[in-house]
Design a protein around this ligand. Sequence first.
Ligand code: PLP
Length: 284
Amino acid sequence: MTRIVYLNGAWLAEADAKVSVFDRGFLFADAIYEVTAVIGGKLIDYHGHAARLQRSLSELGIACPLTDQALLDVHRDIVRRNGLDEGLIYLQISRGAADRDFAYPAKPEPTLVLFTQAKPVLNNPRNETGISIATVPDWRWERRDIKTVQLLYPSMAKMEAMRRGADDAWLVEDGLVTEGSAATAHIIKPDGTLVTRGLSHALLHGITRASIIDLARGAGMTVEERGFSVEEAKTAAEAFITSATNFATSVIKIDDAVIGTGKPGLVATKLRGLYTESRLASAI
Ligand code: PLP
């Protein structure tokens, strides 16, 4: 099926949507993005993603081309135009096209693109099996809190993990797990405590992470927001990742260490259930 994509105010068949070779997103990765899950044609955790989008833009000094309401309308419209029941909406905003120069253009005209991907979010087969992780060094830049399109290193990390026979990568810096290649990393200690890295410039402030922490606390769990080492993760009762694209998925192996029983953990499965239930109820 040919998708209908949004480009700077126009709705176009995907083959007809063209961006300039001088777009700074292409030349400098001078662009940010967001990903929102869609279930039953409704947007999941939209307000969190919209708020982080504004934060990323303001950190880079890029003006948002649309008002908050217009952005929401475009999200709803792209779902409708593509008949999207379940999947993802990707939004990208670059500083726009300008003659190649490290200095920002004086009068930027940002490029705004949205496209959809239809895929199972709720019934992802990896929920049943869990995933295996390989640890790799975190060689990204130091402003990972800004959701930029500089995704080459996470892509290289995932390829390295797959080369080593794992499903995905966890990135490690100064002995501590920063996050996954495209997800937040969490562990459950043997006493049931949820441990997840505290927020800083070192990692993306996951929207799913924030919701999972609230739900865990609401369910009476203790939550520690601190870094954890690869060794601590390997001896944890459970490990899992969260993101808009997978909600919460258990990690059953890290490098050569089997985690817990080697099957998706009960706590991660419970948290995914709580997240799914609450986010479906608040989807817009
Ligand atoms: N960390 C990184 C590096 C990511 O790329 C992502 C998602 O794309 C996440 C964490 C999870 O963020 P969220 O829960 O907002 O999808």
